[in-house]
Write a protein that binds this ligand. Structure first.
Ligand code: TYM
Length: 332
């Protein structure tokens, strides 16, 4: 039975402290999917260094992300949890795939264009090549489904194109992965500027909520979230701030647009914002408590990521060897 389960791969990169967007757009969905699929959940530290990182922050965040996965309800006995840099096949496969990828494709990636605009002229080659490493992550495990937020769709499409090209050139090697998103929450927006996504690299701290933000900070940030002067809780593109807060409430409390609109009819924004803040606090508080416990138990975390990387190395090497053989490398 185990063999027939479809495969999921996903991960978060430790380039900043995780936001509510990372949680609602990705991690919360993984928790729901873990029963049905064979899952690999990875901490993407190699992706984080495509922009400059402070080594001690990278170390802290890498373990914190693993702790957050566990605290959110990912079961380490049923899933493979590991750290990307512990499995060398990712770098090796990434080089092979880099040589099957065109400069033109890479230069069309929106994330590359956006991030290179803010990099003050020194853009690392890693930032440019980022999507081929991501393709390697996904393809090495013969992944069928990749649960991510909307911002990653373009990268996923590219992974699929690279896989198709490789399969066509060298014969069938990779499963073709598909993106997965839940109905709501695939793009949580910035609280101060709801035309852009909530991001851990945003400078204005009031724009995002961190998974580890204390309750009083969460309440303050939601209270300050930009809305409008209409005073009506309604889900539409004229009221992007309100729409975003409604999306957050829908995703956490599993309620519909109509239920929210009816509940706050004629009430203005004050009670609505209070309820959004309380929903976030009650979702995140237990996760924060558990995350801190896990971080305090380094030996336990080490046991999990070591076991995870053994399994991930075994599975990914099988695909890597196939790739190498088909491309004409002498077997070792
Ligand atoms: P990263 O670390 O930027 O984000 C991790 C996950 O969170 C989702 N996300 C959001 N979802 C909804 N609203 C938001 N505001 C929001 N912000 C982020 C992202 O879509 C993502 O699912 N390249 C990836 C990491 C990665 C990866 C992979 C993912 C590397 N290799 C292979 C899947 C498969 C990234 O930068 O995610």
């Amino acid at each position: 039975m185990e063999e027939s389960k479809k495969v999921i791969f996903s991960g978060v990169k430790p380039s900043g402290d995780l936001t509510l967007g990372n949680y609602l757009g990705a991690i919360k969905n993984w928790v729901k999917l873990q029963e049905e699929y064979e899952c690999y959940f990875c901490v993407m530290d190699l992706h984080a260094i495509t922009v400059k990182q402070e080594p001690k922050d990278l170390r802290r965040r890498t373990l914190e992300i693993l702790a957050i996965y566990l605290a959110s309800g990912i079961d380490p006995d049923k899933n493979t949890l590991f750290i990307q840099s512990h499995v060398p096949a990712h770098c090796e496969a990434s080089w092979l795939l880099t040589c099957c990828t065109y400069m033109g494709e890479l230069s069309r990636m929106t994330q590359y264009k956006d991030k290179s605009k803010n990099s003050g002229g020194s853009i690392s080659a890693g930032l440019f090549n980022y999507p081929t490493l991501m393709a390697a992550d996904i393809l090495l495990y013969q992944s069928n489904l990749v649960p991510v937020g909307k911002d990653q769709f373009q990268h996923l499409e590219m992974a699929r194109n690279i896989a198709e090209r490789f399969n066509k050139t060298y014969s069938d090697t990779f499963a073709l992965p598909e993106a997965y998103t839940a109905k709501a929450g695939a793009k949580i927006m910035d609280l101060q500027d709801p035309t852009k996504k909530m991001s851990k690299s945003e400078k204005n701290v009031n724009g995002y909520i961190l998974i580890m933000d204390p309750p009083e900070v969460i309440r303050k940030k939601v209270n300050r979230a930009v809305t409008d002067s209409l005073g009506v809780v309604k889900y539409n593109d004229e009221q992007l701030g309100v729409k975003n807060l409604m999306t957050i409430l829908m995703t956490i409390n599993n309620v519909t647009i109509e239920e929210i609109e009816n509940k706050y009819q004629g009430l203005g924004y004050s009670q609505f914002k209070k309820d959004v803040a309380e929903a976030i606090v009650s979702e995140l508080e237990p996760i924060q408590v558990k995350t801190k416990e896990y971080i305090g138990n380094k030996a336990y975390l080490e046991g999990i990521y070591k076991k995870g990387s053994d399994k991930a190395s075994y599975v990914s090497n099988k695909t890597l060897r196939k790739m190498q053989k088909k491309m004409g490398f002498i077997p070792r």
